[in-house]
Design a protein around this ligand. Structure first.
Ligand code: SF4
Length: 276
């Protein structure tokens, strides 16, 4: 039996099929929760990381001045994490890494919604991996750190710049400040449900309505006559797809700012903890 559902992470298993099978095999993501029922089969990128790390040395602080560096990557490049560590150590850096929390499987691994592995005693963090999706979240979550991106897939080194991202978030919060009627989205994906958080918002606002859905898409939300939405599911839908929604879409923390419960300075990245 094959699941035909889209799958965005280990937070997103086809529960219908899972309930009806003895064993459920999941490819590509690392375990969010260990269970006898699910077999996780890792899939690793075969791209070399050393050439782009060599280039990234020019953007990192010189180890003679600052030897501490945090090192993070995604599940796809985890097979080369030891190689990355050795590469930096051989050039005089002290590499700091940690496992993060229970949502993450490996030391040094980040998710789009969890950067606990970058909570290390280093002012600079090197992210080795494809795209800007993860390092931008990391830089938002840890604004005090210099986040260097070594992208071996697109063969480019950059520094994470959150300015455009932050402007978009501020704009969405401002647009939502006049909203009367709120749609509070509860995502039914197995690892994305934050029921208590949704209930807290509903208890506090008489003009807020719970909307449950699996896929949260701009098309689906057009069916609802709301002034603004607050998404308690995957934070990346809110932040990365935000401009595509017809009404402002906020994270729970941004909602608190828009309704006046918290000051604008409290704006921060929405991270997700816990398993399913
Ligand atoms: S909640 Fe979103 S960012 Fe987090 S693991 Fe799932 S798909 Fe990725």
């Amino acid at each position: 039996m094959l699941s035909g559902q889209p799958c965005y992470g280990a937070c997103d298993l086809d529960t219908y099929l899972m309930k009806r099978t003895d064993v459920f095999v999941h490819f590509g993501h690392s375990p969010m929760k260990n269970t006898d029922k699910v077999i996780y089969v890792p899939l690793f990128s075969n791209v070399e990381v050393q050439p782009i790390m060599e280039e990234a040395l020019e953007t990192l602080d010189d180890p003679a001045e600052t030897e501490d560096v945090g090192l993070v990557t995604t599940a796809q490049h985890m097979n080369r994490y030891d190689e990355m560590t050795e590469f930096l150590e051989e050039r005089g850096y002290e590499v700091h890494s940690r496992r993060g929390d229970e949502r993450l499987t490996h030391e040094g691994q980040v998710l789009g919604c969890n950067y606990a592995s970058a909570d290390v005693p280093a002012d600079q963090v090197l992210y080795v991996g494809g795209g800007k999706f993860h390092p931008l979240g990391l830089a938002m979550e840890h604004p005090e750190k210099h986040v260097v991106i070594a992208d071996p897939v697109n063969n480019v080194v950059t520094v994470a710049d959150t300015e455009k991202f932050l402007k978009q978030r501020y704009a969405s919060v401002h647009k939502a400040m006049d909203a009367q009627k709120w749609g509070v989205i509860f995502c039914t994906k197995i690892g994305q449900g934050r029921w208590d958080q949704a209930q807290e918002i509903l208890a506090d606002n008489d003009d807020a309505y719970l909307i449950t859905m699996d896929e949260v898409t701009p098309d689906r939300l057009r069916n609802f006559d709301m002034d603004a939405f607050v998404n308690t599911g995957c934070p990346r839908i809110t932040t990365d797809d935000g401009p595509q929604f017809h009404k402002p879409m906020l994270t729970p923390g941004e909602y608190e700012i828009a309704v006046g419960n918290k000051p604008l300075e409290d704006l921060s990245f929405d991270t997700f903890h816990g398993t399913w």
